[in-house]
Design a protein. Structure first.
Length: 123
């Protein structure tokens, strides 16, 4: 059974040698059919499922999370003060923001002649 077409696929030869199988044409046909019937996965998915790739992605995730916490861990406007509740801290922060903004007066609107005015007396 020294057929040249069987030597084309080194993977099949390696598999047959591993199980100490003979080079039977029917066996070759079944092996080829099974290999070709397997579902092919995309290259990126095959690479991502490797243990080294999973470990590297987990390490990268941990590093990015630590970086995010270190950069995003900055305090608020009133970071040095201690508060009894979060409501006190939020009110103090809002007051600090209001004080830092310059007060802009509302533009005066002149009443239109002949327009009814609302006195607010009747409801």
């Amino acid at each position: 059974m020294n057929d040249e077409r069987y030597e084309e696929d080194p993977e099949i030869t390696r598999l047959l040698r591993a199980v100490r199988a003979d080079r039977d044409p029917a066996l070759w046909t079944r092996v080829r059919a099974r290999i070709e019937a397997r579902q092919r996965q995309p290259l990126l998915l095959r690479w991502a499922m490797r243990p080294a790739a999973l470990g590297a992605s987990l390490a990268l995730f941990v590093a990015v999370t630590a970086l995010a916490f270190s950069l995003g861990g900055g305090g608020t406007v009133a970071s040095g003060d201690t508060y009894t509740s979060i409501a006190d801290a939020l009110v103090d922060e809002r007051d600090a923001e209001v004080q830092s903004e310059p007060a802009t007066p509302a533009p005066a609107v002149a009443p239109t002649p002949g327009a009814p005015t609302d006195t607010g007396a009747a409801r």
